[in-house]
Design a binder for this molecule. Structure first.
Ligand SMILES: Nc1ncnc2c1ncn2[C@@H]1O[C@H](COP(=O)(O)OP(=O)(O)OP(=O)(O)O)[C@@H](O)[C@H]1O
Ligand SMILES: [Mg+2]
Length: 354
């Protein structure tokens, strides 16, 4: 369900931005450094509580200012809800319909924001933690009990690791190991089920987008049963002072035509594969929740040939999501003139014609 209005102030170069958005699609054009990606970062910040470009949210605050704010009017089943996020010296805080104290989980349950940006290939090429985060974000949307279960697992893992560090006796470790096995298997079962569906959808999309066979396989983070893995690892866990096997080690194996995509696929292909995963995730989340969100597509023309760019845009345009698409100029993108075009320059946004 779409954002009707987006206001941004003090985020990087953006000052006093106020846009009325089209529920289906919006284009943003402008020169390098104008603030296009920053605008998408603002939307991402509202939905996800962080940037997709930097780990340090405070870096988003405009130089010389002490805080930034982003406010969206979001049309959902209950009507229009106003979600505001502020980042200041005390960190990040949310308001929903003027009420303070909302959490990122409250927001993520009503507004789903995803992004396809020029560094998306990191999902394929980068380390497993990005892929785990991607899996968890997906399962969160399709399994409502997942977040609690995952938090419980993290808590028990922390307690077992503390017990290992404190050199607790083997008998003393036993209750932690049992609890860890039970929650770890439950976490992993939900992830495995989700990835099986995600992988199928991604393979189908890849057939159209890349014309190649894509396989996405879930790696739970251990072999066999978790109980056996923890038993086999016990002496080493004690020596290391932390737990090795478990969902904290999970990963996705991504193969293109049977070969590891991280090692062999070109940069453009890695981008398209990662885009397949994000598009598949959006479709799964929509199928499970019956609600669509916002998909940010930053500079899709970067590093893609014309054919790939056209196919990618066709895939995202077929989604039920509201699209915010950026580019340097309308000549470089296949643009549908039925939808508004905004011009971004020196941190200001003009046009749109709504
Ligand atoms: N904390 C900050 N305070 C003020 N300005 C900033 C801050 N962080 C980044 N900037 C500036 O904001 C602009 C960010 O632009 P942004 O990345 O959104 O541009 P863009 O329109 O996406 O450009 P490109 O086409 O090159 O991707 C840059 O000019 C950058 O120097
Ligand atoms: Mg940019």
């Amino acid at each position: 369900m779409p954002l009707e209005r987006l206001r941004v102030d003090g985020l990087r170069v953006l000052t006093g931005v106020d846009c009325r958005l089209h529920p289906e699609r919006n284009y943003f054009f402008g020169p390098n450094g104008a603030g296009k990606t920053s605008l998408l970062e603002a939307c991402f910040l509202v939905g996800r509580g962080r940037s997709f470009r930097t780990r340090q949210t405070r870096k988003l605050i405009q130089h010389g200012r002490s805080s930034l704010s982003v406010t969206v009017d979001h049309r959902c089943a209950e009507g229009v809800r106003r979600i505001g996020v502020k980042v200041g010296p005390e960190g990040l805080s949310y308001r929903i319909d003027r009420q303070k104290g909302a959490s990122i989980t409250d927001v993520a349950r009503i507004l789903a924001v995803d992004v396809i940006d020029p560094s998306i290939h990191r999902l394929i090429e980068g380390g497993p933690s990005e892929r785990r985060r991607f899996i968890d974000w997906g399962v969160f949307h399709v399994e409502h009990t997942y977040l609690e279960l995952w938090k419980r697992y993290r808590r028990i893992l922390g307690q077992r690791n503390a017990a290992l560090k404190a050199r607790m006796s083997r008998a003393g470790l036993e209750p932690w190991t049992r609890a860890l096995t039970e929650t770890g298997e439950a976490v992993s079962a939900m992830r495995a089920e989700y990835v099986a569906r995600l992988g199928q959808a991604a393979a189908e999309i890849a057939g159209r987008l890349l014309g190649r066979r894509l396989e996405v396989v879930f790696r739970p983070g251990w072999q066999g049963s978790l109980a056996d893995a923890l038993r086999d690892d016990l002496e080493r866990d004690v020596a290391l002072g932390y737990t090795q096997a478990g969902p904290q080690r999970a990963d996705l194996a991504v193969r293109l035509e049977g070969h590891q995509a991280a090692d062999e696929a070109s940069r453009g292909q890695q981008k398209l594969i990662a885009a397949c995963l994000v598009i598949a995730h959006v479709r799964e989340a929509w199928a499970a929740a019956g609600r669509s969100g916002v998909l940010l597509v930053d500079d899709p023309a970067a590093e893609l040939d014309r054919g790939a760019l056209e196919r990618l845009l066709k895939e995202v345009e077929a989604l039920p999501s509201q699209l915010l698409i950026t580019g340097l100029s309308p000549d470089l993108l296949p643009v549908d003139p039925r939808f508004p075009m905004f011009h971004v320059e020196q941190g200001r946004v003009r046009g749109g014609g709504l």
